[in-house]
Write a protein that binds this ligand. Sequence first.
Ligand code: IVH
Length: 690
Amino acid sequence: MERGGGAMATQAPTSARERAKQLRAEIERHNTAYYVLDAPLIPDAEFDRLFAQLQALEAQYPELATADSPTLRVGGAPRSDLPSVRHAVPMLSLNNGLSEADAVGFDARVRELLAKAGQPTPVVAYACELKFDGLAVNLRYLNGVLNLAATRGDGMVGEDVTPNVRTIHSIPLRLKDSRAAVIEVRGEVLMYKRDLERLNRAQRDSGEKEFANPRNAAAGGLRQLDARVTARRRLHFFAYGIGELVGAPEPESQSALLDWLQALGVPVSEERATVEGIDGLLAFYRRAGERRANLPYDIDGVVYKVDSIKAQRALGFVSRAPRFALAHKFPPQEALTQVLDIEVQVGRTGALTPVARLAPVTVGGVTVTNATLHNEQEVARRDVRVGDTVVVRRAGDVIPEVVSVILERRPPGTHPFRMPTRCPVCGSAVERLEQEAIARCTGGLVCAAQRKQALLHFASRRALDIEGLGERLVDQLVDSGRVRTPADLFHLDQAALMALDRMGEKSAANLLQAIEKSRNTSLDRFIYALGIRHVGESTAQALAAHFGSLDALLAADEARLLEVPDVGPVVAQSIRRFLDEPHNRQVIAALRQAGVHWLESAGSKAPGEAPLSGRTFVLTGTLPGLTRIEASEMIQAVGGHVSGSVSKKTDFVVAGEDAGSKLDRARELGVPIIDEAELRRLLRAASGPE
Ligand code: IVH
């Protein structure tokens, strides 16, 4: 499929055609030198000049803008959605091993099965690769030209991310050999750790949320409607396999396949090896573990693949994973460091969280300087003290935590940690309800820390979505007394904003515009934005759907609130308490007066309308093709609820990779456990025929 191209254009003269071809080749050569070999041949300005020449030629003669033109690498105009793509060959997943014993078992099984299949192999040759921690994509080349790029999705159907993938410079737009009529290159798109740091610095500066890890940033960067955003993320790619192949012979081994892909100009990691038997596997695993911190990107283990394709065929697949491969994952990452201090942070609802300030330590390539201690009981349970040497762990995208204290290294003169009895920010009393583990500041909105958190929550993307209102600004607005409640935001003017630190005319105007835009919202966002304890996004949606108008909600007593699916006594009481608080009523009135508005409806949808309405889902682990937010939105769209914890009331637990304790709990309670594919089937069935 050809993309772009103008309708009526002058035919390009041969000279222009030749020049465009020359420029394309030259630009691609410099792209490779710069992005793949890390060895630029010409200064950036010179490169830009060549690029501009090609752009000008293509603008004059649109027919010259071929599907492999490097000008596509900057990303075109945004699209309205990411179309679905059915994979010609399903994209499968890997079985996981977590210990050396699992690797031993894998090798033993492979030998046993090969013997049974009439291919006895006393010592098996394996291709060993890194397990890249990014997201899987399928790159479809037709006669050597990149034609379609898709995410893995549920393995059967993914999303078309072609324009986005074209902006990844190390991915060739044209292969060095076009013999294969069709070749699908499969591999992982990832972000380098240093690029994540750069991105997060920018996110911080603009008050946006930081990305927890390179995988999330890469996934977010790739699954963009606007490919120009992808281009700015500087993503990378490593191939590890193929999908459909037509018109070229299939190599005889996995290692030969990767050599071939490399020869075609596709990036393949140098960190691979063919080894023999279990000793070879374990040596590769250990070496990768040692190299891990020094790699520019994240890996979460290694992958072993039986090298011979013939043997792979004999071994085949069980359900959705090959018997011939194993992902041997690294254990969670831990390191030793010292507790310099224990500070207490105040959250939006006044919750006090003890946080350990740590002597900087690298855990899996990331510098960790603080770790959550969760709550007072947790600190007491582990008896973490200032001066202690502790084990910190960083696992995936969660906040680093203190795992244990090395008591033998405790210096003399330490004291057990005590939660302060007064809020460290506003000095109000701290209370701890009996049934709760958490201590809270009773200062409410008197407490600047809570006010700030409340404002940040109010402005957050899933609430009123005020772009640009980040931590730094909120700090200043609250500290200067200009803003006390969310309603005050709507009375800010250019002069007030420009009086703030580092606030230029343009940023002030942008912020005012963002505030203006946020006035037009929806009832569920508004309810969520209020920051009522226990009212997350899905409860806010349930409340909006049930009551239809804010006044109906304001008038509802606890009994009425309990009629709302997903609302139990604790939530109902919390909502009532919030709404009965005169101060909160005033803020709500002031917000309405300031022009914050939404469409109201009759509300009270009869439960049971859609087959999934009222059903409760719990998400756990990483789903292959959906972020949590997307999965939640899809469930809510058919009337389901998403809850954070598994109970007897849970109807389904949707489990992805690395699912944790929620999965165990679901098994304990006998709650049905489904995967992403099953979820999609349920949702399709619930939303009825298209
Ligand atoms: S092979 C049929 N090789 O891991 C097996 N996968 O759990 C196809 N991954 O979705 C996968 N590095 O995104 C393979 N060297 C590697 C890999 C790798 C990372 C990812 C891939 C896949 C997931 C499987």
